[in-house]
Write a protein that binds this ligand. Structure first.
Ligand code: GYE
Length: 312
């Protein structure tokens, strides 16, 4: 049961740890897996009372949610900030109220006194890994001297995952004089926007060799746009597709030969949050920055077997 409505707060068993969680939205498969993981870990059975608020991709809704958590005097606030900027005031309010804030998934650009710790992904490393993979792939294909035209379908502008993946890939791009970034466009991490942006890019450029999609759902949209334009992609097609997240549907797309490689972003943060809060309750200190473990997958691997072992 997910609770809303302040008057019921007095009915909550006082032995439970009350956590207010402000989620970004439900823009992607990754996000849905992330929500589910948090809901499955912070249960009454495990000693928690979770107040879940979906901000529908709007920062103002997240700010409202954090303020309502403060009014409800929750024990902890978990915040997945949609973008990095604009959090100073409301997080200061939480601090003044004495409520610890755990940043989750994305970072907030605030004084580090304003949050207890952060759990998430090393997005910059993911971007770099994607660039290194591309260099290796092109070399194996005998195309390492060729002029390579790249476009990026970017995640929500100003979100940690967007900034990191863009910067990380750019770092490797700069090491290759023959790689050219033709364009970067915002696809807001959704499949519909990814498709729309890819349609625009295909209309604008007829010589795209590589599409970097900053999450899987945008990659699914991009693949649809490429096929609708009568073009081909994947290992046997003429456009290389690189993506991030590694949700289950991305394995289908790699197995179907539509996407070349996916850089994993692990959404299963629930157990980690449970562990952090339990430690804090016991008066222990926790690491300020906590990265999830991540791998990458491409079509040269035994994807069917790998997928069987995976939980999302
Ligand atoms: O990659 C994307 C989601 O912030 C890491 O947000 C997260 C990203 C994830 O919408 O699919």
């Amino acid at each position: 049961e997910v609770y809303t409505g302040m008057q019921e707060m007095s009915e909550v068993d006082e032995n439970l740890i009350v956590v207010g969680f402000s989620q970004v939205g439900s823009e992607s498969d990754w996000r849905n897996a992330h929500t589910q993981s948090v809901k499955e870990a912070l249960t009454e059975e495990n000693g928690f009372y979770l107040i879940f608020e979906d901000a529908q991709q709007k920062q103002e809704n997240q700010i409202k949610a954090v303020r309502s958590f403060i009014l409800q005097e929750v024990d902890y606030i978990v915040l997945a900030p949609i973008v990095e900027t604009g959090w100073e005031a409301v997080l200061q309010e939480a601090k003044d109220a004495g409520i610890p804030v755990i940043l989750d998934d994305r970072l907030a650009d605030v004084d580090e006194e304003l949050y207890t710790c952060w759990v998430g992904t090393n997005a910059e490393k993911e971007g770099e890994d994607a660039g290194l993979w591309l260099a290796d792939y092109l070399e194996k294909e005998g195309r390492d001297e060729e002029e390579i035209n790249i476009v990026t379908v970017q995640g929500t502008a100003g979100a940690t995952a967007q900034i990191g993946r863009t910067d990380g890939f750019q770092k490797i791009l700069k090491q290759h004089d023959n790689w050219k970034m033709l364009d970067r466009m915002d696809g807001d991490f959704t499949q519909a926007k990814g498709q729309e942006v890819m349609e625009t890019l295909l209309a604008k450029y007829d010589d795209i060799d590589v599409v970097v999609c900053e999450n899987d759902n945008m990659a699914f949209g991009a693949v649809d746009a490429i096929r609708a334009a009568g073009r081909t992609c994947g290992p046997d097609g003429d456009i290389i597709i690189i993506s991030f997240d590694a949700v289950s549907a991305a394995f289908d797309a790699m197995i179907a030969g539509e996407i070349n490689a996916v850089f994993e972003c692990n959404p299963l943060h629930g157990p980690k949050l449970q562990e952090i809060i339990t430690s804090l309750e016991a008066g222990k200190t926790v690491d300020k920055i906590q990265y999830m473990e991540e791998a990458y997958f491409d079509t040269t691997m035994d994807l069917e077997s790998i997928r069987k072992e995976r939980a999302y």
